[in-house]
Write a new protein. Structure first.
Length: 160
C-alpha cells in the first residue's frame, strides 16, 4: 500500500515539474493573387494539411479557419487587419498563437509563414519559402512538411 502511494506521489510530482511545451495554434491559409472565380489551388490545401499534420504531430493543439482568398499579395502591415475576424476568434477560443500562411499565386512556390501572439498581436516569427523545382505531388508535400518542420523548430524557441 505504501509503495502504491509513493508511486502516485512521484507521478504527480513529475507531471507538475515537467513544463508543458504544447501550444495552441490557430492556422489560416491565404491564397494571394487569385481571382474569386479561379478554381481552388491544390498547393494551398497541401500547405494547410502540412501545417496541421506537423503541428499536431509535434504535440500542439491546432485549429484552422477556411482558406481565404485575396486578389493581391498583402503587405506585412495589412495581415492583422485582413485577418481580424479569424484572429479575434482564435483569441476568444483560448489559442496562444495565430499562424498565417500566405501562398502566392500564380506561382504557388512562394509562401510566407507569419506567427502572431494572440495576447499581444505582435508578429513573433516569419519564414519565407521559395521553390522553383517541379516534382510529383507526393514529393512536393514532403518538401512542404520539411519546411514546416524547420519553421516549427523556431516556434519551439518562441514558446519556451
Amino acid at each position: 500500500m505504501l509503495k502504491k502511494t509513493v508511486i502516485q506521489i512521484f507521478l504527480l510530482c513529475v507531471v507538475f515539474i515537467i513544463p508543458l511545451n504544447a501550444a495552441s495554434i490557430s492556422i489560416l491559409v491565404i491564397e494571394a493573387g487569385l481571382s474569386s472565380s479561379s478554381p481552388a489551388s491544390s498547393k494551398s490545401a497541401m500547405w494547410e494539411n502540412g501545417l496541421m499534420d506537423v503541428f499536431f504531430e509535434s504535440g500542439h493543439i491546432v485549429t484552422n479557419a477556411s482558406i481565404s482568398r485575396l486578389p493581391d499579395i498583402p503587405d506585412e502591415e495589412e495581415i492583422p487587419y485582413l485577418t481580424e475576424r479569424e484572429f479575434d476568434e482564435a483569441k476568444e477560443g483560448g489559442m496562444n498563437f495565430f499562424l498565417v500562411a500566405i501562398v502566392s499565386h500564380p506561382s504557388p512556390h512562394n509562401v510566407i509563414l507569419r506567427l502572431f501572439s494572440t495576447e499581444t498581436s505582435e508578429m513573433l516569427l516569419e519564414y519565407s519559402y521559395t521553390d522553383s523545382t517541379h516534382r510529383s505531388d507526393r514529393a512536393e508535400y514532403e518538401s512542404i512538411k520539411e519546411n514546416i518542420m524547420s519553421f516549427a523548430a523556431g516556434i519551439r524557441q518562441v514558446i519556451q
